[in-house]
Design a protein. Structure first.
Length: 364
């Protein structure tokens, strides 16, 4: 397993976490075995926005003995008082649901307490005015909620909540469909979405990725908005290459799905290569580096995707990006303008010209 660190909290988080929305569909023995195997394979981050409260007991059975070694992402607003998932911004309802979850999980703390599913300004208004936010802050003061997060599908609303300084983590839907304006949750332009990812990286706010396959639509040519099927491994790689992303949370129902997902860890570069999306990216995405590294290998050894990422992050105020750039083995100034990357880039980025721009910015 590979791990990334949340700069705000210091938590080490597996790059592949686990969504639990469908694990309740398996029988108890299979669900417990799946969760146990996930942990044994190095998964340490679990999202608990599940479809049914039965999941919490299965989490306890599988992971209760290693509670201090795993991280739970729990949603303040996911209502399980009637068993099946519901949504609420009412403080009393949220408190009852949280008590139910903590009891079923047999834990007295939540690693990441998420402001849940804020997709409209009215949701955020209700969350604050109805006492839900006050409840969350009280539970953080009491040590029950260790860190605060936010789940949303709308870049502008995430930006609004980030302005409060509260979130240490954001759960956001990232996949090529949504980023390029295709799908139910394709909110915001490609530029707005990338600006959000860069802001999170710059401010040390981690991103956990939901819906990496666009609800499975991207995996089938018949339902893919591009008319071509992508693979799970391409979608996972795409999300993990975005600034700020710490973990991707595919939902799994059983051990078969888990093993297929974790196969990404051993996948070849070709299996992870998502540059095919450049053939159907919208016009406003052309000419913009997405760090896919399809331009590799550079004849002089430049890590072109990483150079571009540090440049973009430095320009939006990431204080660490310039230092990371300076510690690269080779810099933009080493570019010999051979044009190899220009010819290979599926997004039509003129990287040889961009290297001159980046070298001038950093001075090397």
């Amino acid at each position: 397993m590979e791990y990334r660190t949340n700069r705000r909290t210091g938590d080490r988080i597996s790059v592949i976490g686990l969504g639990t929305s469908t694990i309740c569909e398996a029988d108890e023995a299979e669900a417990v075995a799946t969760l146990e195997e996930a942990y044994e394979r190095g998964v340490d981050y679990f999202d608990l926005a599940t479809s049914d409260a039965v999941t919490f007991g299965r989490m306890r059975e599988a992971l209760g003995s290693v509670r201090d070694k795993v991280l739970y992402q729990v949603h303040f607003g996911a209502d399980y008082t009637h068993g099946e998932y519901g949504w609420s911004t009412d403080a009393e309802t949220i408190k009852r649901s949280l008590d139910l979850q903590l009891t079923a999980l047999r834990t007295d703390y939540i690693d990441y307490a998420f402001i849940h599913c804020i997709d409209e300004q009215s949701d955020w208004d209700a969350y604050r005015k109805g006492g839900a936010l006050d409840l969350l802050l009280r539970m953080k003061e009491q040590g029950v909620a260790r860190h605060i997060g936010l789940s949303s599908h709308v870049p502008a609303l995430v930006e609004t909540v980030l302005d409060t300084g509260l979130p240490d983590m954001v759960m956001f839907s990232i996949n090529p469909g949504y980023d390029y304006s295709h799908g139910e949750f394709a909110n915001g332009s490609a530029a707005e979405r990338m600006a959000l990812y860069r802001r999170c990286e710059a401010e040390g706010v981690g991103i956990s990725v939901m819906k990496p396959y666009s609800g499975g639509q991207l995996l089938d040519a018949r339902t893919s908005p591009f008319g071509k099927a992508l693979t799970e491994y391409r979608c996972i790689s795409y999300a993990l290459d975005k600034p700020g992303v710490l973990t991707v949370l595919p939902g799994v129902r059983d051990r078969e799905q888990l093993r297929r997902t974790l196969g990404w860890l051993d996948a070849s570069a070709a299996e992870r290569d998502y540059s095919v999306i450049g053939t159907f990216a919208p016009a406003d995405a052309r000419g913009k580096c997405v760090y896919c590294n399809h331009c590799k290998p550079c004849p002089v050894g430049l890590d072109i995707g990483t150079i571009n990422k540090y440049y973009d992050l430095a320009r939006v105020g990431d204080a660490l990006a310039a230092d990371h750039y300076m510690h690269l083995a080779r810099h933009a100034s080493d570019c010999v303008a051979c044009g190899h990357c220009d010819r290979r880039c599926p997004f039509k980025v003129r990287q040889s010209e961009r290297m001159k721009e980046i070298a001038a910015y950093f001075g090397v």
